[in-house]
Design a protein around this ligand. Structure first.
Ligand code: HEC
Ligand code: HEC
Length: 379
């Protein structure tokens, strides 16, 4: 506990509240589909003690149990891990995930990752709507409308009837009490422990053991294809997790993205900049899971960008001199560049292959496979 700053605690509480609200809902239909919706009656197998490298391991272990515990849902049929799956980089391999009452999520499940660019993040969800507690608490999380009918306060009592929890709460918090804030803090501790530091692509300018093609791909990522102008930092996201861009997927976006939160015209079709760790595993891609393969993504940036008034200036063909000669105080994102066409990268077949190879090298086998992140209820 001592390791959690008040600021982090607030953020973690927000996430926890959101996430909990999502899954606590009256639903009793058992789903068949890609997700495992079988009811859980087992107890977690915690015979192995894992270290998570930082923080309070007991808190993280409790969070892991909560993350995978279907008892957190009213019908005991769904857990966070039902959609955020380890083998897919804590995202899902479906365009939309089947949730409560068999309803599909309206967006692609985010691949959870705790890093500077995620838990340093000031915003969560594709539209960044989890920015303050006030709105978060009443928000129909992940577009599930059932949530606000539910009393989260009933959860501690329910969990206290499961014999494994008092002990786990005792270990994590030094007393066995189960409370909603504790549940949020523990869930967040587990999500914060989902870190990536074992991929061959260490960071933007630090690479280890890349093949020739991957190295060429790295040069393309940073150079000709200009990917790094947005996908930066350790995990190829923004440094503080608060950037939103319209990347020209549609002319008139069906899902208005960030605009739904800000109401500002220029944010129409803008979505949170995702990290690219384990991107090879987390297909399909984009907020609506529209692209099935990395090649489709690369082709989009190469020649598929649709011009629209909100398209990011970074994805337009604008002479550098124009950008450098902007009047003092005018940021490029605020200037009107709509007269410049979308970029054409003109990548060759070989370059596309190399860029894809580099993206694939960003995956972290430890994050994807290590039992310390796995479902402890699975036998
Ligand atoms: C039915 C599938 C489903 C379940 C169950 C689910 N999630 Fe999610 N999660 C999603 C989807 C879809 C999104 C993206 C939604 C959006 O942006 O509008 C998401 C986004 C998130 C995000 C934002 C990540 C980011 O980088 O912005 C967090 C954090 C999160 N979920 C945590 C949880 C936790 C914790 C639980 C369990 C208590 C949980 N989720 C259960 C589908 C699910
Ligand atoms: C203007 C900033 C910007 C640039 C430049 C950019 N991206 Fe993106 N990228 C984004 C945003 C924002 C999204 C999410 C968009 C959405 O879902 O509507 C995204 C999504 C992605 C995704 C899907 C990730 C997921 O989890 O679904 C991949 C892969 C990707 N970008 C790769 C690249 C590559 C490769 C390049 C260079 C060719 C590149 N990006 C250039 C902003 C950018």
């Amino acid at each position: 506990m001592a390791l959690i700053s008040p600021q982090k605690a607030i953020i973690t509480s927000i996430i926890g509240a959101l996430a909990l609200a999502l899954i606590i809902t009256p639903a009793c239909k058992k789903e068949v589909g890609e997700n495992d919706f079988s009811n859980s009656t087992s107890t977690p197998n915690l015979s192995q003690n894992y270290s998570y490298g930082f923080g309070n391991d007991n808190l993280t272990i409790l969070g892991r149990v909560l993350f995978y515990d279907k008892n957190l849902s009213l019908n005991n049929g769904i857990s966070c891990g039902s959609c955020h799956k380890q083998e897919f980089g804590f995202g899902d391999n479906q365009q939309f995930s089947r949730g409560l009452m068999g309803k599909l999520s309206s967006r692609n499940t985010s691949a959870l990752l705790s890093t500077s660019s995620f838990f340093g993040a000031s915003v969560f969800f594709w539209d960044g709507r989890a920015a303050d507690l006030e709105s978060a608490a009443i928000m129909p999380v992940l577009n599930q409308d059932e949530m606000h009918a539910i009393d989260v306060q009933l959860l501690p009592e329910k969990l206290s009837k499961l014999d494994y929890y008092p002990q786990l709460f005792q270990a994590a918090f030094l007393t066995p009490e189960i409370t909603v804030p504790r549940i949020r803090i523990a869930l967040s501790a587990f999500m914060r422990a989902i870190t990536s530091s074992n991929s061959r692509v260490v960071g933007l300018f630090v690479s280890g053991q890349l093949t020739y093609d991957e190295l060429q791909g790295e040069n393309i990522f940073q150079g000709k294809a200009k990917c790094y102008s947005c996908h930066k930092g350790q995990d190829f996201s923004t440094y503080d997790g608060s950037e939103f861009w319209n990347i020209g997927l549609e002319y008139d976006y069906v899902d208005k993205g960030r605009y739904l939160i800000t109401g500002e015209e220029k944010t129409k079709g803008a979505f949170k900049l995702p990290h690219l760790r384990n991107v090879a595993q987390s297909a399909p891609y984009m907020h609506d899971g529209r692209f099935n393969t990395l090649r489709e993504v690369i082709d989009h940036y190469d020649h598929g960008i649709i011009n629209n008034p909100q398209l990011s200036y970074r994805l337009r063909d604008i002479p550098q001199s124009v950008i450098s000669n902007l009047p003092v105080g005018v940021l490029p994102e605020d200037a009107d560049f709509s007269m410049y066409p979308p970029q054409s990268l003109n990548l060759t077949e070989v370059e596309k292959r190399q860029l894809e190879a580099y993206l694939r090298a960003m995956s972290d086998p430890v994050l994807l496979n290590h039992p310390k992140y796995a479902d402890p209820f699975r036998r």
